[in-house]
Design a protein around this ligand. Structure first.
Ligand code: KIV
Ligand code: ZN
Length: 385
């Protein structure tokens, strides 16, 4: 199976989530967990953005040895110098340098002509490649850029020393089939791609970040980017845990291997949620509290007979002990009986029927019935007896 590099940007794009501000020690704690999770590259931050981020990146670079540590830089020599200072002691330092390539960004944000953008990009990549062993270049807003302009600038930054070319869907605008065509166009028209790796980086403004990333993987990109829990600018980035589980479950479709230790998923997600203060929605795929919870009688009956009836992901795969049977108004006798056995209740048939009726009555007024609720019902019924 072909290897896919996993580039985690929780500590850079993820930290750009509104309201998130991680201290150096918190960034280091997440970095150590990401290393354990098995990412190939972690983007530790944006060294030129603040002295605090610079120091945090430096500490991560000194400590993390089992994966590449990257830092972000705009296309300026001072950003590249700051990144080199922060990352020079990393085991595998990488510079991630970007410049916008879409007409709207070039004209209104950069106020540069396309020729000037090419010149700046080439000059900075050449300068960066004289220091960093690996330079990754990103065409910001690639999905709203002219494809022939992308071919021209990519060809030149590769000549200047870029080893990884990333085509971000910066504003979450593209669709799976359009993103596929973009990568195919670049592969077919950039003459000097050689060993250069192509990378996909998606945002979730239209809720398509994971779908777009998976489509890019099917075109054969060598690297995928995302964040834990999908945190990031605006609606966030592609959720790495969703991508990685999809790759593991649907090997028949994607046929790609990674170094990821999926059993570390739940822990990694919880740590990121705790330290960023961004709670994971209950219905979030893979890591939400309800992702392995079954409430309706039909589903509970099926899962109790064979979990595969309603679970395509086994909870153990992502580091959880078990699924959860939630007792609520849709639950049936099978799940209720299991719960009584789990609580060690010795009930005759009539007692069980009465308890089940009392449980059903309680669900009229209470959404989720806890163990304590059931024990209280048992106590009430024995007093009545
Ligand atoms: O979304 C984006 O374009 C980015 C770049 C800095 C690569 O995060
Ligand atoms: Zn981004």
């Amino acid at each position: 199976m072909r290897k896919l590099d996993v580039f985690d940007t929780t500590l850079r794009d993820g930290e750009q989530s509104a309201g998130v501000n991680l201290h150096g020690s918190e960034k280091l704690e997440i970095a150590i967990q990401l290393e354990r999770f098995g990412v190939d590259i972690m983007e530790a931050g944006f060294p030129a953005s603040s002295p605090g981020d610079f120091k945090a990146i430096q500490e991560i670079a000194n400590r993390v040895k089992d994966c590449s540590v990257a830092g972000l830089a705009r296309a300026t020599k001072s950003d590249i110098d700051a990144a080199w200072e922060a990352l020079r002691h990393a085991a595998q330092p990488r510079l991630h340098i970007f410049i916008a390539t879409s007409p709207i960004h070039m004209e209104h944000k950069l106020r540069k002509s396309p020729d000037e953008v090419v010149e700046t990009a080439v000059e900075c990549v050449r300068y960066a490649a004289s220091r960093f062993p690996v330079v990754q270049w990103s065409a910001e807003d690639a999905t709203r850029s002219d494809w022939d302009f992308l071919v021209r600038i990519i060809t030149q930054v590769i000549d200047a020393g870029a080893k990884v070319i990333n085509l971000p869907d910066t504003v979450g605008y593209t669709t799976p089939s359009e993103y596929v065509r973009l990568f195919e166009y670049i592969r077919a028209n950039v003459p000097n791609l050689g060993d250069v790796k192509l990378s996909a980086h998606c945002h979730d403004d239209l809720g398509l970040a994971v779908a777009n990333s998976l489509a890019a993987i099917q075109t054969g990109v060598e690297q995928i980017e995302g964040t834990i829990n999908g945190i990031g600018e605006r609606a966030g980035n592609a959720a790495l845990e969703e991508l990685l589980v999809a790759l593991a479950i649907r090997k028949d479709v994607y046929g790609r291997s990674t170094r990821i230790q999926l059993a570390e998923t739940a822990l990694t997600s919880k740590l990121v949620a705790k330290l960023t203060g961004m709670a994971v929605p209950a219905n979030k795929a893979v890591v939400g509290n309800n992702a392995f919870a079954h409430e309706s009688g039909i589903h509970q009956d099926g899962v109790l007979k064979n979990a595969l009836t309603y679970e395509i992901i086994r909870p153990e795969m992502v580091g959880l002990n078990s699924n959860r049977m939630v007792l609520g108004k849709h639950s049936g006798r099978h799940a209720f009986k299991e719960k009584c056995e789990e609580l060690n209740l010795q009930l005759g048939e009539q007692q069980f029927n009465r308890l089940f009726a009392a449980f059903k009555a309680l669900t009229e007024t209470k959404k989720e019935i806890t163990d304590d609720d059931i024990l209280a019902l048992v106590l009430e019924s024995s007093i009545e007896d």
